[in-house]
Design a protein around this ligand. Structure first.
Ligand code: FAD
Length: 275
């Protein structure tokens, strides 16, 4: 099923999971995915490095069975030819969806290819050559390189005009930032579905790392917990469940969980939401 079809039924939010290629063996991840699959995700997305096709995510995709997939695909370090080959490989696997990304600018300028400079160029390229349904990234508090949210949303509009079907947001901890983003995006004339990126909080270190890499507000409640505890697993489950319940009450179209390759927190959150 493709993203367009998945998000066309708006009675309930679409549940989806994100995993990443593990540094060690794939076996642990595959067993975590087997647990996650019991929660009937509409699809599972698999991240990739900024090297696009040149990473191990393609081999892993072949090992994930009986679930709809959405590979992430970055373009900043890729030539048109390698992207074309990668897209063919994805379609040959019977995959219908893709998350089209620019990827972070590599520190080594030699690694930038310049065939694609921004994600909207990749979206056009995919649209012209494939039948894949296309997701793109959105940033409720603005992308880190962007001077302001208004400019970032203008650039998001380019990705939508190029053929994106769904927006997947960066994680956020303050739902008001997400609601404000939705309002601004809709006012800018963007009508496609928006899925909220939910990251279960696990530790103080994890949040500090996230906040150093992206524009993410940490609400007072979370700051207080960070001062009290280093391990925030249980707190994180309650926090995310509360966040999701509020999003559902406010009509969120999708909840996309950044599972961190573990089923524990995500499944607890989902059980908690149902209660
Ligand atoms: P773009 O949409 O190209 O935006 C990048 C910056 O350029 C923004 O500041 C934007 O405002 C600006 N911009 C965009 N278009 C234009 C234009 N035409 N002219 C001028 N300025 C423009 N990274 C990975 O490496 N692998 C992954 O698997 C991965 N998965 C992700 C999943 C999600 C849900 C999200 C939210 C992010 C993910 N990322 C991933 C991170 C992402 O690659 C980085 O945030 C990257 O820096 C930007 O990618 P983008 O596709 O949003 O870029």
């Amino acid at each position: 099923m493709n993203l367009k079809e998945i998000y066309s039924d708006n009675k309930q939010p679409v549940i989806s999971f994100e995993v990443f290629p593990p540094k060690d063996s794939d076996e642990n991840l595959l067993s975590e995915i087997n647990i996650l699959k019991q929660y009937n995700p509409a699809f599972i997305s698999l991240t990739c490095g900024a090297g696009g096709k040149e990473n191990k995510s393609f081999e892993l995709l072949k090992k994930i069975k009986e679930v709809n997939l959405m590979p992430h695909f970055t373009c900043i370090s890729s030539s048109k030819q390698s992207v074309e080959e990668g897209l063919k490989e994805i379609e040959a696997m019977g995959i219908e969806n893709i998350l089209a990304l620019r990827g972070d600018i590599p520190q080594d300028p030699e690694l930038i290819c310049h065939d694609f400079n921004f994600a909207n160029e990749l979206v056009s390229f995919i649209k012209e050559r494939t039948n894949l349904s296309i997701g793109v990234a959105g940033y409720p508090e603005g992308h880190i390189e962007s001077p302001d949210l208004k400019t970032d949303i203008e650039n998001l509009k380019r990705k939508v005009a190029a053929g994106a079907d769904v927006i997947f947001t960066q994680l956020f901890f303050d739902n008001n930032k997400f609601y404000d983003f939705i309002e601004r995006v809709r006012n800018a004339g963007i009508e496609i579905p928006i899925a909220a990126g939910i990251m279960p909080v696990i530790s103080k270190k994890q949040i500090e790392r996230m906040v150093s890499m992206a524009k993410i507000t940490v609400p007072q409640e979370l700051q207080n917990a960070m001062q009290k505890y280093d391990c925030l697993k249980d707190f994180g489950i309650d926090f995310a469940a509360k966040q999701c319940k509020d999003l559902i009450k406010n009509g969120v179209q999708g909840l996309h969980f950044f599972t961190l390759n573990k089923s524990y927190s995500t499944t607890k959150i989902l059980n908690n939401i149902k209660e």
